[in-house]
Design a protein around this ligand. Structure first.
Ligand code: ATP
Length: 314
């Protein structure tokens, strides 16, 4: 059973077509990244998954349940970190988690939940004095109450410092290891790249693509750069490499000491990498280190969203 399934889901707000005919399947246990620029329709989609907003057309199933028919069942099994949330400034972090525990009739320990999100020592402090990052950690903790089957995180790294982002990444991994499906909307693309099995890219209400990050890379930018550290840079190496099919460019950087250096080889097909290394060694160099630079998710995202609403990558 898919954790999330949408069929032909659209949402219009008067003249604004916020979401257009989305078919999306998120498998149970996946960590799924939901990407798109401001106004792409991500929050509207999430709100429809939770029945906070009703689709104009289309059908949605969450954990096998129609959220319009059984919104409480869906919300009970789903932990949500919303984009905007309100806290009671005078209540402590612990009290907020206790309220969520009571609502779910769960036997979770609020102190454990707060420890997981890095708020140990701040349990009894009034939330009115929490920093933005602490509030975000608290909201994440509340989403974890009652061990949800589906965790929906809308811009979860907003306001978090690097430590908070690391905590978030660890929690996403732990939850996924326990079989929780994680649906994560974010602008922080390297974070998405680090934790997500697959990503969807939305723009202007339309789902442009759904794929693994590697799959996107192959579709959009199969070029990757092989960087070889060598003990010596043979004179003939550039020419020998240039003779290979599917090698695009070669850049040689000899170390200033005259000993060794690096050879950067841009390949238009990853299958040519071992042949390129062979050529370098045949030319008389010993390869001491190998590094591969692929295009980042940020570059892939830019390629997809550069030409709005035509659905085609650049
Ligand atoms: N309640 C509403 N009434 C009218 N228009 C709305 C409403 N909610 C969203 N929209 C519009 O729908 C479009 C999609 O908005 P949405 O908030 O879903 O985008 P988003 O991808 O979540 O953006 P962001 O990353 O900025 O939060 C936008 O043009 C927005 O102005």
């Amino acid at each position: 059973m898919a954790a999330i399934e949408t069929n032909g889901v659209s949402k219009r707000f008067d003249e604004t077509h916020a979401v257009r005919d989305i078919d999306l399947t998120v498998e149970s246990g996946e960590v799924f990244g939901f990407l798109g620029p401001n106004g792409a329709g991500k929050s509207t989609t999430i709100n429809m998954l939770l029945d906070f907003v009703r689709p104009t057309t289309g059908a949605i199933s969450i954990l096998g349940v129609d959220p319009q028919e059984q919104p409480r069942v869906v919300r009970r099994r789903t932990g949500v970190l919303p984009e905007g949330y309100a806290f009671y400034d005078r209540l402590s972090g612990r009290r907020h988690v206790e309220l969520a525990i009571d609502m779910y009739e769960s036997d979770d320990d609020p102190v454990d939940i707060l420890a997981r999100v890095g708020l140990t020592g701040d349990e009894e402090t009034a939330v009115g004095t929490y920093s933005k990052g602490m509030r975000q950690r608290l909201a994440l903790g509340i989403a974890l109450v009652d061990d949800p089957d589906l965790l929906i995180l809308d811009e979860p790294s907003s306001g978090l410092d690097p430590n908070g982002i690391r905590t978030l990444r660890e929690i996403v991994r732990e939850e996924a290891d326990h079989g929780t499906t994680v649906f994560l909307s974010s602008h922080v693309l390297d974070q998405v790249e680090a934790v997500c099995d697959r990503v969807a890219i939305m723009n202007d209400g339309t789902l442009l693509t759904v794929d693994t990050v590697d799959g996107l890379r192959e579709t959009l930018d199969p070029n990757s750069t092989l960087i070889l550290s060598v003990d010596t840079v043979p004179e003939s190496v550039s020419q020998r490499l240039a003779e290979l099919d599917r090698v695009d460019t070669v850049a040689v950087d000899a170390a200033s000491t005259g000993r060794g250096g690096t050879i950067s080889i841009t390949c238009t097909d990853s299958g040519v990498k071992s042949a390129a290394i062979g050529r370098v060694e045949d030319a008389g160099a010993t390869v001491t280190d190998i590094d591969v630079e692929d295009s980042s998710l940020e570059e892939l995202f830019a390629a997809y969203t550069a030409s709005p609403s035509d659905g085609e990558p650049r």
